[in-house]
Design a binder for this molecule. Sequence first.
Ligand code: TYM
Length: 332
Amino acid sequence: MAENDKKIVFSGVQPSGNLTIGNYLGAIKNFSRFSEEYKTFYCVVDLHAITVRQVPAELRKRTYETLALYMACGLDPQKNTLFVQSHVPQHAELGWILDCYTMFGELSRMTQFKDKSAKNAQNINAGLFTYPALMAADILLYQTDIVPVGIDQKQHLELARDVASRFNLLYSDTFKIPEGYIPQDTMKIMSLQEPTAKMSKSDPNENAIVYILDSKDDIMRKFKRAVTDSDTCVRYSEDKPGVSNLMTIYRAFSGKSFDEIEREFDGKGYGDFKMAVGEACADGLKDVREEFARLIADKSHLEAVMKAGAEEAYGYARRTMSKVRRKIGFVN
Ligand code: TYM
């Protein structure tokens, strides 16, 4: 298919912490499935990350690491546009413009804002509040068709669609209305310590999170300590959130179905089951870990990838922005 006829995919990950198997299974692992047939943009969203205080040296380090992880998870920079959000100034520009078409009431209803402001009570800044308008800008700048994300981003995505429709209605068709791609099987990986809450890279309890780059020993230890229940039966059920979450992770890494997993551990205790989940997870991430170690050692290659990605993204973003500026009535 000619490059210009391809549908567009956009997604982003914040370089705000070490990435988890939630980020991997809910989002990044799915990115490469679009590489052949779509025009894909995968962004390291550093502008979003500063809505929460970051240590500058850490932010810089994680920006490189997130890019290297994209590549280690199978995203070839020849087939995907990989770039850093702050390298393409149109994100901030359209973000501001869309702030003016996003309602206070809409932003007040965002559950992520409510959660994050409860966790960062000393720094409830305006950026944290208007975050979804910047996310809408990321998506709409590229005339995106599909946005692969975990379920926690669904509300933001719906807001992006609403804002795009509002703008189109006011000024005639300007933005493509994007659709989400939310993987049913792995859309919400839960904390290993509190399985009714999402596994989150900002969780202070390290035992709750498995990082993509954890060593096998760490992975095994964390699964061994994972919270289950007082039962002993490996069965998928709403009233068994800990075991069900482990089954979801096991299914994703082993390819086995829930029925097969239940049969495999019939009559066995949770100990064996947890070890099997740990093994499958560590095996599934082994190649990613090795590839990451190779990529992160070559900073100049990563810089060349970011530069080429930003140039490519810039061209697309500029086209949308010139349309937006004209429609709004800015003097050219
Ligand atoms: P972020 O950085 O929090 O997470 C990156 C991706 O990982 C998914 N995810 C999960 N999926 C399943 N289970 C989990 N426990 C889990 N935790 C995280 C997220 O849904 C996300 O897909 N606002 C976004 C970044 C962003 C973006 C965008 C995404 C900015 N602009 C434009 C798509 C399009 C965020 O904070 O993701």
